[in-house]
Each structure stands twice: as structure tokens, then as C-alpha cells.
Design a binder for this molecule. Structure first.
Ligand SMILES: C[S@@+](CC[C@H](N)C(=O)[O-])C[C@H]1O[C@@H](n2cnc3c(N)ncnc32)[C@H](O)[C@@H]1O
Length: 384
């Protein structure tokens, strides 16, 4: 049959050769529902897959670098071709290349015990179980239906790691300490529980998305009651449920004003600025925001404030629209000027420490924590 052309072998190169045996041992087809929404990592458009109607297309999506959405709306609405694009995505099988990136960063060794946060379809837990054995893997999933399906998928594929229904932000103290914590949902603030439940020298790998659906792969190493680490490339993920920051539509009238900074300069600032914003504008989300594009929106769920602007590209100012009690666009411009004063540190110079007092972003060295108004010994002026 034609659709047999696609198989686990196709994913070996995509996940990474270091995981080829595990990819063969845990074929992805056991973890993908018959009907789902496929979003290829290439520029190809998202599309609905239905195994009964078009088995070739289904199999091609399963065995290619494609994110497969498996639930919307926390399961309150059925996933259909129509709801897949309209409702909030709430569970998926992550694109194999990104699964591979994170597994490489996690780098689990024989004998390691791993805690996964976000079981989803169970495929990642299967790959980990294939390497380390079922006994070494615990995966926590907040959604009961998703967890049950993951358990079924795992069983069909021949694996039996521990699947726990619960809030992953609390970790799973019963199985601690772990050598590795593998987080597969977006995190804006790293829960301290994961640090407490990880052995000294152990690693926590997570998609760090402090203010948007686009963020960075973060690897923290645990020692002396804290976890410290740096960024390793981009990551876009669905957020951990409690950290989604949903907000109602605005009720106030929009206010229009001229921007002080050309918006395109801000949109070109890149992920170093995004990371700084987690400190300068905590809790504020960047939506419809793509680095290098010429428009973007900010939202503050706490005060129900919105702002947006578009770059002119003409060197002049543009118009900003602001709604709600906060002047979010003006605050963004102030934050941008602070970041410029720091010497515009890019994401490669930044890192994160998580300790009992919370999450801290730093520049160059963990001693140089940034805070609002920080001048810092690390800015360009002080380096000269
Ligand atoms: C991108 S999916 C995970 C993909 C999964 N690792 C796989 O291999 O299919 C993210 C998952 O995180 C789960 N999730 C969200 N918030 C959570 C929380 N607080 N605790 C545990 N799981 C959570 C979602 O329900 C969703 O199933």
C-alpha cells in the first residue's frame, strides 16, 4: 500500500540520530489519533488529517516534521476541522524536530530517573521509556482525558511509564529526586518545586515563554537549592494551563497617540529584548508578535489593557492604539529605552536563575541580575 512508504525511519533524521533506536521502538503512529489537525514545520499550510478518509495523508503527517493538534479548549469542545483553527489549542504531539532538540538538551543517561511535565499523547514518554526503561519515567498530565489516552497509547506501543494526573507545576514529590525534568508545555515562571525535586547536578529542560507563544529553549542545572542556565534556540509551545494569561475583550474606548520610538525598531530588537521584558513588564503578553514583522500587540491580563502599533519604515513616528487602564505602548517604549541603556544584550548573553525567592534573569553572569531601572556593571558603558 502506498501509505506504507512513510514510517519511523523517516523520523530518525528529524528527531536526531542519537534517538534513532528509540524512534524505531516507539512508532509515532501509536500516539496520533485518527482525526487531528496537522501543522508542518515547513511553510506548508495546516490541514486536517483523517486516517479513514485519507490514510496516506495521515501517515505522511505522522512521519514528518509536523505538530499534530489533538485537543482544543481543554476538551470542552470537540476537535474538528472547524474548531481546530478557532479554539485555544490545549494538547498536541510536538513536532519531532523540537522533541529531538529537547531530548538532546535533556541528555538522559542510563540509570537516570526522569519527570516529564505534560504527557500529551505519551510519545515523548515512550521515547524516554525506550531509552531508560518504564520504571525510570514519570509523566504528569493535568487533563484526565488526555492522561488516559496517553496511557492507552503507551500500552498499545508496549510501554508502561508512570502516568500521573495532576498539576505538573507541583512536580511529583512521590517519585523525587529526579535526574532530569523534561517540561513539554510553555513556562513563563519556573516553579521552584522542580528545583526541589531534582538531584544536585540534575537538569531541567523547558520551553521558556515569558510573554508570548514564542520563546527559548532553556536548560537549568540544579545545585545548592537553585537552578541556573542559559538559552539554546527558539521554541514555541502551548502554555502550561495556569500560566496561559487569558483575558477578556477590552471594554474601554481605544486611545490613539504618536509613538516616540519607531515601532519597527522595537519589533527588530529580538528575543533578548523579549527576555528582558519578562522583568521590565512582568505578566504582559506579546501576541500577534513575530520578530522582524512590522506590527505587534501587547496585552496585560491583570488590568485588561491592550496596545498595538505598526512600524512605518520611514524613520518617523507611527500611531499607537492603547486600551484599558495601562498605557502599555508607552510602557513598552520605556522598557525598550532601558534595554538600549543596558547595551541591547542579545539572548545569547542572558540566563535564568530559579531559587526560593523566584525566577531571575541575568546578563553574562548569574550575579548580574536585571531589575527595573538596573544600570548594571554589565552595560556597554561600564565595560569600556
Ligand atoms: C505540547 S503537549 C505535550 C506533548 C507531549 N509531551 C507528547 O509527547 O505528546 C502539552 C501538554 O501539557 C499539558 N499541560 C498543560 N498544563 C499542564 C499542567 N499544569 N500540568 C501538567 N500538564 C499540563 C497539556 O494538557 C498538554 O497535554
Amino acid at each position: 500500500m502506498v501509505y506504507q512508504e512513510y514510517g519511523p525511519e523517516d523520523l530518525s533524521a528529524i528527531v536526531g540520530q542519537g534517538w534513532a533506536d528509540e524512534v524505531r521502538a516507539a512508532p509515532r503512529e501509536y500516539f496520533i489519533p485518527d482525526r487531528a489537525q496537522a501543522t508542518p514545520m515547513s511553510d506548508a499550510l495546516s490541514h486536517w488529517i483523517d486516517r479513514a478518509e485519507d490514510p496516506d495523508r495521515w501517515r505522511a503527517a505522522v512521519y514528518s516534521d509536523t505538530t499534530i493538534l489533538t485537543q482544543v479548549d481543554d476538551g470542552a469542545t470537540e476537535l474538528t476541522e472547524e474548531t481546530a483553527t478557532r479554539k485555544i489549542p490545549s494538547s498536541s504531539s510536538t513536532a519531532p524536530s523540537l522533541v529531538g532538540d529537547f531530548l538532546d538538551l535533556l541528555d538522559p543517561r542510563p540509570g537516570d530517573r526522569v519527570l516529564e511535565i505534560g504527557a500529551g499523547t505519551g510519545w515523548t514518554a515512550a521515547l524516554l521509556s525506550a531509552r531508560l526503561g518504564d520504571q525510570a519515567v514519570t509523566t504528569v498530565e493535568v487533563d484526565e482525558q488526555v492522561a488516559k489516552r496517553a496511557e492507552e497509547n503507551l500500552r498499545r506501543a508496549g510501554f508502561a511509564p508512570r502516568v500521573v494526573i495532576g498539576d505538573g507545576a507541583l512536580g511529583h514529590p512521590d517519585g523525587a529526586p529526579y535526574d532530569r525534568v523534561h517540561v513539554t508545555c510553555g513556562i513563563s515562571t519556573v516553579p521552584y518545586a522542580w528545583v526541589e525535586q531534582t538531584r544536585p547536578g540534575g537538569v531541567i529542560a523547558l520551553p521558556w515563554l515569558p510573554n508570548s507563544v514564542r520563546g527559548q529553549q532553556l536548560v537549568l542545572t540544579v545545585s545548592d537549592g537553585q537552578a541556573v542556565g542559559r538559552f539554546h534556540g527558539r521554541a514555541s509551545f502551548m502554555m502550561m494551563r495556569a500560566q496561559r494569561g487569558e483575558l477578556p475583550p477590552p471594554v474601554d474606548e481605544p486611545r490613539y497617540s504618536s509613538t516616540r520610538v519607531e515601532p519597527s525598531r522595537i519589533f527588530e530588537a529580538g528575543p533578548g529584548f523579549t527576555a528582558a521584558l519578562s522583568v521590565l513588564l512582568p505578566g504582559v503578553l506579546l501576541t500577534n508578535w513575530e520578530w522582524g514583522e512590522d506590527r505587534g500587540t501587547l496585552r496585560d491580563p491583570a488590568s485588561v489593557s491592550y496596545a498595538s502599533a505598526s512600524g512605518t519604515g520611514l524613520g518617523g513616528s507611527a500611531e499607537a492604539m492603547q486600551v484599558g487602564p495601562r498605557d502599555l505602548w508607552s510602557e513598552l517604549e520605556d522598557a525598550y529605552r532601558t534595554w538600549l541603556k543596558w547595551g541591547s544584550p542579545g539572548v545569547e548573553r542572558l540566563g535564568v536563575t530559579v531559587d526560593r525567592t523566584g525566577q531571575h534573569v541575568w546578563v553574562d553572569s548569574s550575579e548580574n541580575r536585571i531589575a527595573e531601572g538596573t544600570e548594571g556593571p554589565w552595560d556597554n558603558t561600564a565595560r569600556k
